[in-house]
Write a protein that binds this ligand. Structure first.
Ligand code: CUK
Ligand code: CUA
Length: 645
């Protein structure tokens, strides 16, 4: 044991004194600690593979969905240290998100039919791409419950835009970029009428619809352009996860579905429950569509209808233009994942023990020769499953999602029921290795594992249940992300990380070296728009302006002073406070609140933010800096005086 440990430690320390240090450590201190904590040699090796000394950096940055929290969780690999929660669909007080006027504007873009929505069910984060590789510029994420997509700028890790899907009532198949970030794919989940009216469930087949939305993205500005976006109407099969083709299959998209039975559940007593009724058939449909062709069709008025302000291409138009096909896939599938070269498309069905590997060149040939096995009830051509398949492999129980590795042909798949990750070869159709995880894995996250340039090295298992893995904290357990070393022949489970923020459905990882976030803003920036803030205030320009019953305060913050220190208003006045953080020093954030008014701003160096409230109660209200910024932080305060005129 001592020899292997010395070897490892000399690798870790990697200096000439390593050997001395190692042997001393092994002989003395280290063995004492191992004994006291009950650690095995393997445990110590795992620790050495993940531990990073203070000030150290991670090789990969992971963006994980925060599930029902409506946020995104950012952490590093291999240390599994949480670095940030990005507020997206949910107010987040620390960041002032939803508590200052500028972030409220972003959050309220997510209102649906005039209603404020203050949570989101985030599932799938997606990183912007260039040639199918991550460029480290933009991050998007979907909200399943209230069909929306949000855009986050990776220059400051802040949410900049939320778009509401005007026709879907639910969605799960987003948010996935096309290879040059031309579009963001967002596929529907539970079919519903596209309009906002009531339609009886008996008219399911006629008036309920599924679809895929193609959100036009401007990769320079990092904004979705709803006016240039469009929807492809699809049958009321429950569309599911999607992936954009790349390389060989560039220009195409793939979307799974379940309930092609079009079962609508509980109509009459004695009918099977929903989950049984919608799993009767052995196969569902993989939707295959040409988004390049559809984008061209969406330019001509005769090819689309406007519904709720968005262009909708009817499926009949897509079919007539050879832009939409179906291929049977094992029933109730979950993930559809395109290989780095775009030639293989792997589909895993929860209720089938096999993974099905489709071959793009075979599909392309069938499409080119108009060789169809039939049509679905809506007239969409069906391609023969056998003729489209490269092959199938038995993986185990409950295969869900796939990630690719840097080794040619290598793929990793999560097995929900077996609680395992399986490594296999999708070209040779051969299982290579399996490792147990704890427990019930959903998605798994490879390092750039679904891009055209996967990095291998690690797989993270995003487990749905933690059960006995952590100290008990009541009936609601944290989620468990497990880091697995996949650099060797056998997979090696390294460490567990509890995630207590929501159910992190999917995570995407990018090389840390590809991210270049800023440490300060240009002085007076509205961080939500990137433009100079209308309330930008420099040192010496602080003032209070009254216009009728509106009071405007132009304030600055700098260690350790808020200027002005006294604001006097009349009861009933509307008060707008513009705050500029004059700091240039890294990490010198000031926070700001006025007690009792439910407002808060977080001001990063150079940022200007706007707070607004009605001074509707009389009294004396201290305001202060909420971030411990200096030795005189407590002194960074002032008074709002509200008097009855
Ligand atoms: S996920 Cu959304 S149900 Cu498997 Cu992509 Cu968890
Ligand atoms: Cu500024 Cu505390």
């Amino acid at each position: 044991m001592a020899t292997r440990l010395s070897k490892l430690l000399s690798l870790v320390v990697s200096t000439s004194i390593a050997a001395t240090v190692a042997s001393a450590a092994v002989g003395g201190e280290l063995q004492k600690i191992m004994k006291a904590r009950g650690l095995t040699e393997k445990d110590v090796i795992h620790a050495a593979k993940t531990y990073t000394p203070s000030g150290g950096r991670d090789e990969f940055i992971v963006f994980s969905s925060g599930g029902q929290s409506g946020q995104i969780i950012v952490y590093g690999v291999p240390t599994m240290r949480i670095l940030k929660y990005i507020a997206v669909f949910t107010p987040e007080p620390w960041q002032g998100y939803g508590y200052d006027e500028d972030s409220k504007k972003v959050l309220r873009e997510g209102n649906i039919r005039g209603r404020e929505i203050n949570w989101g069910d985030t599932h799938h984060p997606g990183l912007s791409e260039k040639d199918g590789k991550y460029d480290g510029k933009w991050l998007v994420i979907n909200d399943k419950a209230n069909p929306r997509v949000a855009v986050i700028d990776l220059k400051d890790f802040e949410t900049k835009q939320i778009v509401v899907n005007p026709v879907f009532k639910s969605e799960h198949g987003g948010a996935f970029f096309t290879p040059n970030s031309e579009y963001i794919l967002e596929a529907c989940q539970y079919a519903a009428p596209f309009d906002n009216n009531y339609h009886p469930i008996e008219e399911y087949k006629e008036t309920y619809r599924g679809g895929v939305t193609f959100w036009k993205f401007d990769p320079k500005k990092g904004r979705i352009k709803p006016k240039d976006s469009f929807v492809l109407e699809l049958p009321p099969y429950m569309q599911d996860l999607s992936d954009a083709g790349k390389g060989a299959s560039y220009g195409w998209g793939f979307t799974n579905s379940f309930n092609t039975e079009m079962y609508t559940g509980g109509i009459e007593v004695g009918m099977p429950p929903f989950e049984a009724g919608c799993s009767r058939n052995d196969t569902d449909f993989l939707h295959v569509y040409n988004w390049q062709k559809l984008a061209k069709l969406a330019k001509n008025k005769k090819n689309y209808k406007m519904i709720n302000g968005i262009k909708v291409i009817p499926m009949s138009v897509a079919v007539a233009n050879n832009a939409l096909f179906l291929i049977p896939e094992p029933k109730s599938p979950h993930g559809v994942d395109v290989s780095p070269d775009g030639e293989y498309i792997t589909v895993c069905g929860k209720l089938d023990t096999h993974a099905s590997v489709y071959k793009w060149s075979k599909i392309k040939k069938l499409i080119k020769n108009h060789e169809y096995a039939g049509k679905d009830p809506y007239g969409i051509p069906i391609l023969d499953m056998k003729k489209s398949l490269h092959g199938q492999v038995e993986l185990g129980l409950g295969p869900l999602h796939n990630q690719y590795s840097n080794v040619d042909g290598e793929i990793y798949t999560s097995l929900y029921v077996d609680s395992q990750i399986v490594k296999w070869n999708y070209k040779k159709l051969k299982v290579l290795d399996k490792v147990n995880v704890h427990y019930n894995v959903g998605h798994l996250c490879g390092m750039e594992g679904k891009s055209a340039d996967p990095q291998g090295k690690y797989i993270i298992s995003l487990n749905k249940l933690a059960i006995d893995r952590f100290d008990p904290v009541g009936p609601l357990h944290p989620q468990n992300h497990q880091l697995i070393d996949v650099s060797g022949k056998k997979m090696d489970l390294l460490v567990d990380m509890p995630l207590p923020l929501g159910e992190p459905h999917q995570a995407v990882a990018i090389r840390a070296s590809k991210l270049h976030p800023e440490v300060r803003y240009k002085m007076g920036t509205n961080t939500k728009t990137g433009k100079p803030h209308i309330g930008k205030t420099l040192a010496g320009q602080e003032r209070i302006v009254r216009k009728g019953k509106n009071v405007y305060v132009y304030a600055t913050l700098v260690r350790s002073h808020i200027n002005p220190e006294r604001i006097t208003v009349n009861k009933g006045d509307t008060v707008t406070i513009y705050l500029t953080n004059l700091e240039r020093a890294q990490d010198e954030t000031h926070g700001f609140t006025v007690d009792n008014f439910d407002i808060h701003a977080s001001l990063e160096p150079g940022e200007t933010a706007e707070l607004k409230f009605k001074a509707d109660i009389e009294g004396v209200f201290p305001y202060y800096c909420t971030e411990f910024c200096s030795a005189l932080h407590l002194e960074m305060m002032g008074y709002l005086m509200v008097k009855d005129p």
